[in-house]
Design a protein around this ligand. Sequence first.
Ligand code: ATP
Ligand code: MG
Length: 687
Amino acid sequence: MSSAGLNLAQLEAVNHLGGPCLVLAGAGSGKTRVITHKIARLIQAGLEANRIAAITFTNKAAAEMRERAGHLVGRDARKVLICTFHALGVRLLREDGAALGLKPQFSILDTDDITSLLKDCGSTTDAATARQWQWTISAWKSAGLNGAAALAQARDEAERSTALIMQRYEERLVAYQAVDFDDLIALPLKLLREHDAVRERWQQKMGHVLVDEYQDTNATQYELLKLLVGERARFTAVGDDDQSIYGWRGATLDNLKRLPQDYPQLKVIKLEQNYRSTSAILRAANNVIGPNPKLFPKTLWSELGEGEPVRVVDCDNEEHEAERAVARIQSLRANSAHKEWRDFAILYRANHQARAFEQSLRRAQIPYKVSGGQSFFDKAEIRDLCAWLRLLVNNDDDPAFLRSATTPKRGIGHTTLQQLGGFATQYKLSLFEALFSHSLPSAVSNRAIGALHEFGRQVNELEYRARHTVGHEAARAFLNEWLKDIGYEQHLYDNEDNEKVAAARWTNVMEFCDWVAGRCGGQIEDAAGTSTETERKTLLEVVQTIALISTLSEREQDQNVVTLSTLHASKGLEWPHVVLVGVNEGLLPFKVDDDELPGEVQQQRIQEERRLMYVGITRAQRTLAVSWLKRRKKGRESVPGAASRFIAEMALDKETVKEDPREKLKALRAEFAQRAKAASDTQKAQA
Ligand SMILES: Nc1ncnc2c1ncn2[C@@H]1O[C@H](COP(=O)(O)OP(=O)(O)OP(=O)(O)O)[C@@H](O)[C@H]1O
Ligand SMILES: [Mg+2]
């Protein structure tokens, strides 16, 4: 390994091998790089690769680190245990869970499994209630409480009854030999606490433990780490208190404060040079994080030059914002050194915000992926409809055939499809072609043949009509009729015991149909009532492009594509060009001015939102645009929107931010100053 590409402070951290080390530094200062280089250094110093563990925050981060470590040390990197806290928990339990009565092949429940199990334990059919319990139980578990302990400290009837449900839930898990996500930390902790031999063996094995994104660990993870490293305390933690954004999941900055107390020999190293962003971007970040209380003071600087000012963009509504973001990406791609789609990211506060951007990107035929949440086009109901549409365009699309022939159910069963499939393979036909053959195997019952023929007839008819449907109104009517024909709404309600969920799915379906129909052109009226004539296309033509894109983006996963991501999921990553969207009061910061909450809680929330904004800004390497909505959707309504206070703060010094016309920014600053004054007046009055 060479020491190339590390500054002195980084080298110091990498070379501190004998005892505990904490690297505390701002965004983009090379903390993650310290971890990968330290893995290499440890191996070079003679530590066996399989005695090194590096803990990351997400599986994706783990994969990336494995790759980087691979470049530095070659094949040995594969033996290093690089994983998330949860995956480490799985490892501990698979190897030593027997001490807790757990079989090595225990199963891990996902969120849906847990909801239905809790419904059972609490004798309810309401998924929302069950999810509420799940949330509470999870919070208790992260705080280190089991059902009995939660019961003992319950403050009211509601907590008592949830604690009782939790106890029942725990019994079931034991009976099923299953664990939930929180158990993957809590049980290994119990294991190491209560079983001396197991603990000693693991402490012996762990030559060095490295932890990235340390600021987001919670109390149980802290304990687990402590037991794992033991007295020798050979570990390296890296983190940034300004990027702690998982307070709502129990992460606590106390872990940062406890470290020097629990380990007096702790070596603390600060990094101040940022290698990621231009000075303009860094200043914007520093301005935003400025008002937060400081755990450890630090100043970030960069040698990458001033760069472009941060661009503030005001938008009429969500669609307008999406159009502008896409236009910006296209023009930057044409005019900057960064020509790859992967150089761009659009970041937002909440998953549901992705939708407008997905639609605009599709329209512009730009490949993208949605990380940290489900893509609108990946939702089951939208995939169902796309399967139908794909089949209209291409009758030989067998996967589309299988999905649409059985969704909704229409008397075509698994056996029938298997027989049809066997026949089709034998004669080299597509399923759709096979369906009309006169020599179908005799094993296929007459009733099944009837159902198959009816399905084929329907597809043919739909295809014929789609070919002749032109303009958005006709297309919309066609789509409505089609959904009715196949009984899709009923299908949603039949397959979902929670009506609200079914209704939400149906809303998605309607939105999808509006979108498809809108592509067919004609007289289109915008929100302001102005109508324009756009080019008319047949529904089939439109569906052809949509079908193409949906298969395209499936193949392009994780490749050269624009990233759409929540701010939470963007942690640790970087892109040359970032557009931060929906930077509105009420979105970012998310509803913090809840008068029913005590002032102190509101303060904490706004501080966490501020850190989230800081994380977002510091993802950008070369350019950053921040957009906000003058009107935004709230439920079904459109309400006036206000720019986030963070925009005004970012613009504290004039060079950092650019907006046209400049007047708007002045007004924004004045408004912000007024709001800040009003807030401090109220505080004084309360005091
Ligand atoms: N000494 C260095 N010389 C050159 N480039 C560096 C150096 N240290 C880090 N970098 C580069 O700077 C960028 C940011 O580094 P890294 O991702 O490790 O920062 P970080 O502190 O982990 O950031 P975050 O807080 O966002 O997780 C990366 O592209 C990395 O390769
Ligand atoms: Mg990092």
